[in-house]
Design a binder for this molecule. Structure first.
Ligand SMILES: Nc1ncnc2c1ncn2[C@@H]1O[C@H](COP(=O)(O)OP(=O)(O)OP(=O)(O)O)[C@@H](O)[C@H]1O
Ligand SMILES: [Mg+2]
Length: 375
């Protein structure tokens, strides 16, 4: 059944067809082919590019039927014009014999389908399929956009959490330094006084032993502070990495070498923290899983980036290791590297050790604005 264009918004929602056709007879043929179909159609005929553009901008259509050759332009020109119009309807080429090459070209450009006028009886089916495909594509695009938006929200949340963690670590380190460290140091002074003035040897021995304990507690609080608040900003990245590796070597007994150019890499403080946390996590993983005989940490500066490599000669990662839903260490490092404008490569082979390579930008003053806050 054919309705007039004005009836487009009727309750049973006819299929709205814009027909680009300069022959009134051929338009009538299309109307006839759709008249006895099960759906209802409204057909609007246009025969110039200007009219096509105006209709596509002003009204909604479900499909465009386009003759191939019109006066002064082709269906391809019409298609190119439609690309400027957001969410334009699918195009079907409805034409006399135009040759296979032209039909293939049109399909490659994005036409939904191609139908010969001799075969016009199939038009309702071709239209229904083109509309279905366009709807499916739109649904896919929407799902993709929603997924991208949700990934972006997740990345923002991760960034916020990371920033909060670093801030809290810095605050705890400050409190340990000011309160605990201050009190322990004051107590040591008092104990030193007692030791000096003690006339009883037993009291002096107890005071010395208490002093040793305090010394131990001071060392522990300094270690905790170093872990919480990396010393990168005070002493530079190389010193910080050396401190990490020395602590690791002492704790695990695994020989660990640092190879670095004597000159500090020129990277922003926020990025130094990314590098520091990468070494820290890589060493923690080596201690937990690698059973390594030796570890090498290498820092090198290049034109506009620095490379940080942590290599062990341990058992290597299992093929599925990174897929573990409960493992966040390496995933977090990757995300941090990405936000800092760099990237993280992980390579490992069973039995041949693991290598973690972090690349960070050094030039153009990238300040890691999206990265972690300075602790
Ligand atoms: N140096 C390594 N040698 C061998 N296996 C490793 C090494 N580093 C990581 N892995 C494997 O990769 C997995 C993922 O590591 P990742 O640091 O992401 O998570 P995790 O250490 O298991 O947990 P989390 O870091 O969240 O506490 C580990 O569970 C481990 O199986
Ligand atoms: Mg880990």
């Amino acid at each position: 059944m054919i309705a007039t264009p004005e009836e487009n918004d009727s309750a049973d929602k006819p299929v709205r067809v814009l027909h680009l056709e300069d022959s009134a007879t051929d338009h009538e043929l299309a109307c006839l082919a759709l008249r006895h179909a099960s759906s209802e159609y409204t057909l609007t005929r246009v025969d110039t590019l200007q009219a096509l553009r105006a209709y596509l901008l002003d009204r909604s259509f479900d499909v465009v039927l386009a003759d191939y050759r019109l006066r002064g332009f082709t269906a391809i020109d019409a298609w190119n014009l439609a690309q400027e119009i957001p969410a334009h309807p699918p195009f079907i080429l409805l034409s006399g014999a135009i040759g296979e090459a032209a039909a293939v070209h049109a399909m490659r450009m994005g036409f939904a389908d191609y139908l010969l006028k001799d075969d016009i009886a199939r038009l309702p089916r071709v239209i229904a399929r083109a509309i279905e495909m366009a709807q499916a594509r739109r649904a896919r695009e929407q799902a993709g956009a929603e997924l991208a938006a949700s990934e972006k929200r997740l990345a923002e949340l991760a960034e916020h959490l990371q920033a909060t963690i670093e801030e809290e670590r810095a605050a705890i380190a400050r409190e340990i330094h000011d309160d605990v460290g201050g009190a322990l140091t004051a107590a040591r002074f008092d104990l030193a006084w007692i030791t000096r003035h003690a006339t009883d040897t037993a009291i002096a021995a107890h005071a010395r032993s208490a002093n040793d304990m305090l010394q131990h507690a001071l060392g522990a609080s300094q270690r905790i502070m170093m872990n919480l608040r990396p010393p990168v900003l005070d002493q530079g990245l190389i010193a910080a990495v050396q401190w990490l590796t020395q602590t690791f070597e002492r704790r695990t007994g695994t020989p660990t070498r640092v190879l670095a150019d004597p000159q500090e890499p020129c990277i922003a403080k926020a990025l130094q923290l990314v590098a520091y946390r990468t070494v820290q996590e890589a060493l923690t993983n080596i201690q937990k899983y690698a059973q390594a005989h030796s570890v090498r940490v290498e820092l090198s500066a290049h034109d506009d980036h620095m490379l940080l490599e942590v290599v062990d000669d341990g058992v290597g990662m299992a093929p599925q290791a990174l897929a573990n839903a409960r493992s966040f260490g390496l995933r977090g490092l990757r995300e941090r590297a990405r936000r800092a404008g760099g990237w993280l490569d992980i390579s490992s082979q069973s039995g041949c050790g693991t290598s973690i390579i972090l690349t960070l930008p050094t030039s153009s003053g990238h300040d890691g604005a999206g990265g972690d806050p300075t602790p």
